[in-house]
Every structure is written in C-alpha cells, then in structure tokens.
Design a binder for this molecule. Structure first.
Ligand SMILES: Nc1ncnc2c1ncn2[C@@H]1O[C@H](COP(=O)(O)OP(=O)(O)O)[C@@H](O)[C@H]1O
Ligand SMILES: O=C(O)C1=C[C@@H](OP(=O)(O)O)[C@@H](O)[C@H](O)C1
Length: 300
C-alpha cells in the first residue's frame, strides 16, 4: 500500500491530472482515493502564484497530506515546500536518471538534528515516487504514541535506541522508501548493517546553520539539547559541537555526503539560503555518483 501512496504523488501524474480542480485563488486541489472502499486517501494542494510571471519565476507551493484508515496518520505525514516549475522539472529529470541505478533500494538520510532529513526526505520521496518514513515518528508509534522527549524522560535513552534499531531493522527489509533517521542512529554499528542494505546520505550542515534552524523551531522536542544551561543559542551550539565531535566519524560511514558548504560555494550563495529543493537535487547527484562508481568497480 505504501508504494501506491507515493506513486500517486509523482509530480507528472498529478500535475497534469484531469482531476485537478482549479480555483480562482490559484489553488489547485487534487484528491485521490484507492480501492472501492475509501481506505487510503491523498490530498495534494498546489498554490500557483496568480500573477503573470516568467515561467522560471513562477513558484509552486506544494502541500501534501495523506491519510489512511489502516495506517496511523502520523506515518503518512504532511509536508509543504516551495519550488519553481523549472526546479521541479530538473529534480524530476535527475530522479529518472538515478532510479535506473537505485533499482528500488531504500535511501536513508543521516545527519545531525535539524540538518533537514525530514524536510529533504519528503521532497526526495515525492520526486522518486518512494514512500517517506520518519524513524522518530515510527518509534513514537511503537511505544504507544508518546513523544521522543517523553520516551527519553520516562524510559531513558537506551530504551529509545533499542526501538530505533528495531525500526531500522524492519524498514531494511522493505523497498522504495526514503527514511529520515534520528540524528543519533549512526552511533550503533548494527544500525549501519541495516542502513547499508540501501543507500545512506549524510546531510552535512555547518553547526551555526543548525543552531539557527533549531533555535528558531524551539528545542523542546529534542531532549539531548536540554543538558546545558545558559543562553539558548550558546547552549545549543555547545551541545551540538560536543555531539558532532563524537559522531563525525559515524556520519562519514554514509554512502554519500551532501555538504551544504559545497552547495553554497557552487551556487555562490550563503549556506542559510540553500533551499530544500536545491539540497534534494544535490542528494540525487551524490547518490548517482556513488552508484555509478559502485557499478564501475563491479564491471572492473
Ligand atoms: N534548507 C533549509 N533552509 C532553512 N531551514 C530549513 C532547511 N531545511 C530544513 N529547515 C528547517 O530546519 C528545521 C529542522 O528541519 P528538519 O527537516 O526537521 O530536520 P531533521 O529531520 O534533520 O531534524 C525545520 O524547522 C525546517 O523547516
Ligand atoms: O541526535 C540525536 O541523538 C537525536 C535526534 C532526534 O532526531 P532528529 O535528528 O530528527 O532531530 C531524535 O532521534 C532524538 O531526539 C535523538
């Protein structure tokens, strides 16, 4: 069922769809359900800028929400991002090239908390026609609907990590998934055994940018950030620096690395202005590079 949900999200299949309802506000709404019984439903809302702009300037707000009667709503999550039509086309073309090499293998996004695994993961899944899963949400469900922060507080980090390993184990037997892992999933070698069944990508974001994102969002949902005292920016930076020192080598186990500093250099932009769509494109490029190299090694 998961695969069917994400396939219907492929941009080509819905953006040209006859079922799209156009409203004067510029809102396009597309709703689809499967089977005779309305068990699975997906709603895609797409805001096109109403003004007349050059094609490359027109931006699309994509909002995706999915629900299913037999899968809890938080598994099939909602997301929102903005991209130009040209960017979407470039992403789609790159995804088509990468799919040939990827051959249905899962993609695991790893990286520090706040590195954009969830944001980029959703776009990547949609672009590849894969299903998206967020490990933290799956752990919360496995433990009975409590939040990650509550699990840490009531059951401790080890209990959380055991559940994380179990979730990765289960996901590793599946195909065509993009998985957003928790920032600490890279520490246990057993988790790498599961993730290496697919392709792993490290979203490498400079600490200062991470701190800006996390403090803007609030640190409440991230229990490992509550151990320092003082100003929220300083203590978050301090804690992330310590975690990064411990985990840097672990992240480097990933099949591919996407460095925001490198993207910023390439695009002559500030790191903080690199969009999730630009990062997703780089993820696809790096996956392709890795898989091409792997293929050429096998041929030799
Ligand atoms: N490229 C980006 N530029 C600016 N903010 C971003 C970017 N990617 C993600 N964010 C924001 O950073 C925060 C953390 O992103 P998220 O995807 O939840 O990270 P993770 O899943 O790695 O913890 C969110 O508020 C998100 O909107
Ligand atoms: O870095 C970590 O150890 C953690 C990161 C969190 O996930 P995100 O990376 O999605 O924030 C979550 O798994 C938990 O709070 C522990």
């Amino acid at each position: 069922m998961e695969a069917r949900v994400s396939q219907s999200l492929q941009l080509s299949s819905w953006i040209n769809s006859d079922k799209v309802v156009r409203k004067p506000s510029g809102l396009l709404r597309f709703s689809e359900k499967w089977n005779e019984k309305p068990r699975h439903r997906i709603v895609v809302s797409c805001h096109l800028q109403p003004r007349k702009a050059a094609r490359s300037d027109r931006r699309v707000q994509l909002k995706v929400s999915c629900s299913s009667q037999n899968v809890q709503a938080s598994v099939l999550e909602s997301g929102c991002f903005s991209a130009s039509i040209d960017e979407i086309e470039t992403l789609k073309n790159k995804a088509e090239e990468v799919e040939e090499y990827l051959d249905g293998r899962c993609v695991y996004l790893v990286g520090m908390m706040g590195s954009g695994k969830t944001t980029v993961g959703r776009i990547l899944a949609e672009t590849l026609g894969y299903s998206f899963f967020d490990c933290d949400r799956l752990i919360e469900q496995a433990v009975g609907g409590t939040t990650v922060a509550e699990i840490f507080e009531l059951r401790g980090e080890n209990f959380f990590r055991d559940n994380e390993t179990e979730v990765l184990h289960k996901l590793s037997s599946m195909h065509r998934l993009v998985v957003s892992t928790g920032g600490g999933a890279v520490v246990r070698p057993i988790n790498w055994r599961h993730m290496h069944k697919g392709i792993s990508v490290w979203l490498d974001v400079p600490l200062e940018a991470l701190v800006k994102r996390i403090t803007a969002e609030g640190t409440k949902s991230r229990p490992l950030l509550h151990e320092e005292s003082g100003d929220v920016y300083d203590k978050t930076l301090k804690r992330l620096t310590t975690l990064m020192e411990k985990r840097g080598e672990n992240y480097a186990n990933a099949s591919a690395r996407v460095s925001l500093e490198n993207i910023a250099l390439k695009r002559e932009k500030d790191v903080c202005h690199i969009t999730p769509t630009e990062i997703t494109l780089e993820v696809l490029i790096q996956i392709e590079n890795f898989l091409k190299t792997q293929r050429s090694v096998v041929v030799l």
